[in-house]
Design a protein around this ligand. Structure first.
Ligand code: ARG
Length: 588
């Protein structure tokens, strides 16, 4: 469906043209004075300069052509030259009726769908998921869902960190503790055991202790570096062990991501990009992009317009080792080969911004990716504790994601102890509401901003919170159930009549903006816009519901119309909640 603002714009533009002005002046925006009007056009002011006429005269001429137009209930030229617009009630309700009939509530599928790889999550294997990985997963998931909803081909890739020193450290520590494991027997030629020799919780203990030990013992660190090198060169026993680390970790990660409603299309790993490195390096050298500086192989990426120094992008260290950069560049080569994407978006901590700037420039300069492929870095801020510092456990450690989810779920459960609900259902509801509290608390902020994790506020059933939005959906569900009981059957898709008063108009206006909002939330990679929208829509619903007794309404047609309106409202809220990666319970 065409967006309502575009329908308005077309009429206004048409009127400008009829009145003898250029069509560009027919621009319409949502009113910034909602107390006066719903939409406005300021074009007469701009046209005044070109046509050397008083803006109010132009506005008056244009309004003449629009006065009897059915789209408008009231359209006025106001000094010094604004055109204030209030929509016709019948036009608005007709628009809502069309939305109600559409599976996507008026959102059109993209005419030219694009292929976009979205690199998010970015967990590292053998390390527990911690809150630092939370934001990437939550934000990335939502952008992925928005894109898919709009009909784009979106490929969400977890891009596992599986290729660094952490692997060598784990292998070295395992060897120190269990030198007799078959993985360390160089003469062994048989098959390696299928079952992993450790559990996830053992791995989670092994890695930090190896890491700490390496800091104090250089010879141990050297051994770990050597183990990393041997693994990367394909040593059989180490590869087998690494495979176990990978499988155990990925199973655990999947469990955790599922709890967050985060689902990747791809579980590619840094190691998958490694085979592309030799050819890529050779190409960069042969084409003269890469040169040796202080023993290292680098590509210059600074540009004349730079305000700050952008260091060269290092491709190989002086000992020939590859780096995080090298892997990211090779991953671009791989993605180009496998998917020919139109865009690649990275949802990563904003502290990696300069790093990605180097990688993007290097990729474009060396032409490993086409000039037309959009590379976007969506950097997010830090989740802080109430002290304004990065969120930690009480003991000052890094909090595991699992623990965080549990604590927020428990907090919600506590709030619901007075509910008349079987224990099992209450637990399940608390889980859904808890995850929504956490995700909404995050997503309602602009991604690049830091925010404070506030358990009390996030789990509140009132205010701009996830639970409040879910509660609105639950309230509408209960109205619909009551109505169904009253009429003794499933309600049909009733026609929605023109609004009877201000609060109903406000709810319809909110509903009508859905398609426009979704499109900009995706294009701008801004899930916070979805949050803001559903918060306002929930408030509009609350006001409408407060002023209208739907179930006891005696005028049948009116009652049916309201049932229709709240049904669309519910559908939109549910759609948005799903696009944010949350779920609404039936009651709470
Ligand atoms: N594993 C990395 C980390 O924990 C994040 C990966 C981000 N994505 C990328 N393509 N570099 O910091």
């Amino acid at each position: 469906m065409e967006k309502i603002i575009d329908l308005i714009k077309e009429e206004v533009t048409d009127a400008f043209v009829k009145a003898g002005y250029e069509e560009k002046y027919g621009m319409v925006t949502v009113s910034n004075r909602p107390d006066l009007c719903q939409y406005q056009c300021n074009g007469a002011m701009a046209a005044a300069k070109q046509y050397k006429k008083a803006p109010i005269m132009i506005a008056n001429e244009v309004v003449e052509y629009l006065k009897d137009n059915k789209l408008f209930g009231d359209i006025q030229a106001v000094a010094p030259g604004f055109i204030n617009i209030i929509l016709g009630e019948a036009f608005l309700s007709e628009y809502i009726n069309s939305m109600a009939k559409d599976a996507k509530y008026g959102c059109e599928e993209a005419k030219n769908p694009m292929t976009m790889v979205i690199d998010y999550g970015g967990p590292n294997i053998a390390k527990p998921l911690h809150v630092g990985h939370l934001r990437s997963a939550i934000i990335g998931e939502s952008i992925k869902r928005l894109g898919k909803f709009l009909g784009h081909k979106i490929i969400g890739d977890a891009h596992l960190g599986d290729w660094g020193l952490q692997m060598g450290l784990i292998i070295t520590e395992c060897k120190k503790r269990n030198p007799d494991w078959v993985y360390f027997d160089d003469n062994y030629e048989g098959e390696y055991p299928e079952e992993a020799p450790f559990t996830m919780s053992e791995l989670e203990e092994i890695y930090p202790s190896a890491n700490a030990y390496a800091k104090e013992h250089p010879e141990y660190k050297e051994e770990a570096q050597n183990a990393t090198f041997l693994l990367q060169s394909g040593k059989r026993g180490y590869k087998a062990l690494w495979n176990h680390i990978l499988n155990v970790s990925v199973n655990d990660l999947k469990k955790n991501y599922t709890k967050l409603n985060v689902e990747f299309d791809l579980w590619k790993k840094e190691s998958d990009a490694q085979p592309y490195i030799p050819d890529m390096v050779k190409y960069m050298k042969e084409e003269g992009y890469a040169y040796v500086s202080d023993g290292a192989l680098v590509v210059d990426v600074k540009e004349e317009t730079d305000k700050k120094e952008i260091p060269p992008c290092m491709i190989l260290k002086s000992d020939g080792a590859t780096l995080y950069n090298t892997t990211d560049l090779a991953t671009i080569v791989e993605r180009e080969k496998l998917f020919h994407p139109d865009a690649i978006t990275y949802v990563v901590d904003k502290r990696q911004e300069l790093y990605f700037e180097q990688v993007f420039r290097c990729a474009k300069k060396t032409k490993i990716i086409g000039e037309d492929v959009k590379l976007t870095f969506l950097g997010f801020g830090t989740m802080n504790g109430k002290d304004g510092k990065p969120f930690k456990t009480r003991a000052g450690g890094v909090m595991r994601l699992e623990t965080l989810i549990q604590s927020i779920t428990d907090a919600v459960y506590e709030k619901m102890t007075d509910r008349d609900m079987p224990e099992e259902e209450a637990r399940e509801v608390a889980r859904k509401v808890g995850v929504a509290a956490l995700k909404y608390g995050d997503l309602s902020n602009q991604a690049s901003k830091d925010y404070i994790f506030d358990l009390e506020r996030f789990t509140s059933f009132e205010g701009n919170t996830g639970p409040y939005i879910l509660y609105t959906i639950v309230r509408i569900k209960s109205i619909l159930t009551k109505y169904k009981e009253k009429i003794g059957k499933e309600p049909e898709a009733f026609p929605i009549l023109p609004a009877v008063d201000e609060s109903e108009t406000a709810l319809m206006l909110g509903v009508s903006k859905f398609n426009d909002m979704i499109e900009s939330a995706f294009v701008e990679h801004a899930p916070h816009k979805v949050c803001q929208y559903i918060y306002e829509l929930s408030n509009a619903f609350a006001r409408f519901y407060h002023e209208h007794k739907i179930i006891s309404e005696e005028n049948e047609k009116r009652q049916q119309s309201w049932i229709g309106l709240v049904t669309v409202t519910k559908g939109i809220l549910e759609t948005c909640v799903d696009l944010l990666g949350m779920e609404a319970p039936d009651r709470m």
